[in-house]
Design a protein around this ligand. Structure first.
Ligand SMILES: Cc1ncc(COP(=O)(O)O)c(C=O)c1O
Length: 487
């Protein structure tokens, strides 16, 4: 019997067991965040030892390395050196622009003109001419003209909040908002009011209460256009109206929807008829725009210039490189063109195909159609085993577990791109269902039956995945390896 499976069964049968057996399926990174003690290095070592145990059992699907471009098929090297090639649902490449000829040509032209270094922050002398053009073009798409660029999306979220909000001010924020938003809030003020996910009535009650108790200080309401773990969206119109009513500002993070959803690529703001009507829009270029970088947009020139000097991740960090700026501009031009609309339509067909195929296979899919397709895996131990099985069967997708989501509601975050075909989505869905079923069986406390690690079904799925990779290879976009290739 496979050693890991044996332990999985053992572990669940003896939950109180304090030995190290089965440690790869127990615990979470949260345990190593809260350890007391004077020795800082020891805390790192404790985490590293736990992570290494998981690595050695093939259930630590993090820190993987790409062996080529992030296409519809790809090759990843795991921390233990194994290389898995397969159907790639683990890259944030929503419109498949990473190798677009116009994007690559723009990067090369920028390199010729500027070299590769921004050599300073935007507060000093690091902004290139093209960055100013990018700010204006992005402002047109958003109908929100005052755009400030940041080195990353994380820096934009953190920097906008910490840059605008002072200690006496208040933040009302969705409990599931992205880490950069919560970290920014924590750094800015102790007055943080969490609201239940997407619950606008709760927001209203909080705003009323805060305003009654404190009529003298500012309030920032923070949410996302498309939540990155749940693929759902708030009622932005109502949130903005409530913010106005209570003398607050609203900020919406559109990292996962701008460019890839909505008419003209206007994202959730376009879908909800709110383009140009939100106080602050913040986003990232790392999903649809094939680059690093982020931005904050508003209608107020003063806010833009204030953030340039008070948002530390902008003020004290080098500006986006000229190459990144040129890439983002080229992607933005495609997003706004008929080609962009065509790519969005292909993307949506792939999203609907994947969601439909998963549902048909009896797998629970969360949220609404968006490039993020969250698949509920459930118990963290089951999810770890299922994730390993999938990867070995030729499906590359990211596992998300506690504390990124609540305990034992681990999920697979599948990220779809325009280059995914419906046939590829069908194969991916079969691999997910098959792997999950087998993982549930071996990890469930009620089951002792071992189904084997690579039964006929998995072999067939792996072959099917290999077939997709081979045809992608014939088209010049896939890796040469088959699934389970090892170094
Ligand atoms: C909702 C959201 N906001 C911000 C970010 C940070 O973006 P970046 O990768 O550009 O730092 C992410 C990325 O994971 C995200 O999901």
């Amino acid at each position: 019997m496979d050693e890991l499976m044996e332990r999985a069964v053992d572990t669940t049968a003896r939950e109180e067991d304090s030995s190290n057996d089965g440690a790869e399926l127990r615990g979470s990174s949260f345990d190593y965040l809260t350890q007391p003690g004077i020795d800082l290095a020891a805390k790192a070592q404790a985490f590293h030892a736990w992570a290494q145990t998981r690595v050695s059992h093939g259930v630590f699907p993090y820190a993987k390395r790409l062996g080529g471009r992030p296409g519809a098929t790809a090759e990843l090297t795991l921390l233990d050196g194994q290389r898995h090639a397969g159907l790639n649902f683990s890259s944030q490449e929503y419109l498949s622009l990473a190798r677009h000829p116009k994007v690559c040509a723009a990067a090369q032209a920028a390199m010729e003109r500027y070299g590769v270094h921004s050599a300073g922050s935007t507060a000093l002398a690091g902004n290139v001419e093209e960055a100013v053009a990018l700010e204006a073009e992005l402002g047109e798409l958003l109908r929100t003209p005052e755009v400030l660029l940041f080195p990353t999306g994380w820096a934009a979220g953190f920097g906008a909040i910490k840059g605008l909000v002072r200690e006496a001010d208040h933040i009302v924020i969705d409990q599931l908002a992205h880490n950069c938003l919560h970290e920014g809030a924590r750094a800015a003020t102790p007055n943080i009011h969490l609201h239940r996910h997407l619950d606008i009535d709760h927001v209203e009650r909080l705003l009323k209460r805060v305003r009654q108790r404190d009529p003298h200080n500012g309030i920032l309401v923070v949410t996302e256009g498309c939540f990155s773990m749940d693929a759902d969206s708030p009622d932005i119109r109502r949130l903005q109206a409530l913010a106005r009513e209570h003398g607050a500002l609203l900020m919406v993070d559109v990292a996962h929807d701008l460019g890839c959803l909505g008419l003209g690529g206007g994202g959730q703001l376009a879908l909800q008829g709110m383009l140009g009507q939100v106080d602050l829009v913040m986003g990232s270029f790392s999903k649809t725009f094939a680059s690093n970088g982020g931005f904050v947009a508003s209608h107020d020139r003063a806010i833009k210039e204030y953030l340039r000097f008070y948002a530390a991740p902008n003020t004290f960090s080098n500006a986006l490189s000229p190459v990144q700026v040129a890439i983002i501009r080229a992607c933005l031009a495609i997003v706004r063109s008929s080609e962009g609309q065509d790519r969005r339509e292909r993307l949506m067909r792939a999203i609907l195909g994947l969601r439909g195929a998963l549902t048909e296979q009896g797998v629970t899919v969360l949220g609404h159609p968006s490039p993020i397709v969250p698949v509920m895996l459930g118990h963290d131990a089951v999810a770890r085993v299922a994730s390993r099985e999938m990867s070995e069967a030729g499906l590359l997708a990211n596992l998300v577990e506690y504390p990124a989501v609540s305990l034992n509601s681990a999920r697979l975050r599948m990220q779809v791109m325009a280059d995914h075909t419906p046939a590829l989505a069908q194969t991916a869905a079969r691999i997910v269902a098959d792997s999950l079923q087998r993982a549930r069986h071996v990890v469930s406390p009620s089951s002792k039956e071992y189904l084997g690690r690579s039964p006929e079904g998995t072999a067939m799925l792996a072959a099917s995945s290999r077939e997709h990779i081979a045809s992608a290879g014939r088209l010049g976009s896939g890796p040469a390896l088959g699934p389970n290739a090892q170094q």
